[in-house]
Design a protein around this ligand. Sequence first.
Ligand SMILES: [Zn+2]
Ligand SMILES: [Zn+2]
Length: 263
Amino acid sequence: MQRIFFLGTGAALPSITQDNSSLLVESNDVLLMVDCSGAPYRKLLRIGVDPVKLKHILITHHHIDHIGGLPSLVECLWIKGRTEPLHIYALPAAMRVVEILLDLWDLRNRPIKEFPIVLHTIEGSQDEPVIESPEFTLRATPTLHAVPSVASKIIFPDGRTLVYSSDTALTPAFIDFARGADFLMMECTYCDEEQELAGITYHLTSKTFSEIASQVQAHHTLLIHHSEQMSCSHEDLTREIVEKHGFKGKFSIPKDLDFIEIE
Ligand SMILES: [Zn+2]
Ligand SMILES: [Zn+2]
């Protein structure tokens, strides 16, 4: 069974209904978390998956809304008695923050029942292979953001493909990377009238989101990393994407803890 859970769908400012963006990919009983926000252990319990099955964590970049939950997750897994290794993947800049966060609470050096935390530094090259496993292949490619960040591509054994932008401005390289995706998940932090802010912070707007989505033409395009408290309503954002910018494909804005099945 292959499922994608939305552990969080908001941008940097969470609300009662939205935590910071984070995804969980489940493929044949192996779990990959993409970014680690809020209280991740509790969210794994709420969606009904066994936290012990979490094997891989990809940190796309070191902004706090993408990495802030990591120490608490590692602490909870330790208390729960984990023995299996946990693999963490990140670019060099983000990996430095991972190490600082883990060492701040001595999470790599527990007196009893320590479990191995294996750190894998990503180079940041174009379409870089990160994980090759029987359950899925993970590839990453650099995006254009305020700090070094990667987009990710998950290829399931049947060839079905999911691409997630994480935080980025519009780049032709990302469109090339995303081409052929069955499921395209993209950030859209701002609506049209916030274009200047999006330029300064290297994020997508409804206009640039629609441009990429129209070119990629995925089977299903999903929008995350948008907080109504920071920007316009989801309703207004949808109106801009579909009516103003004319995006025609299947499109949705998932809610926290929703999931889609890859079948
Ligand atoms: Zn973010
Ligand atoms: Zn960011």
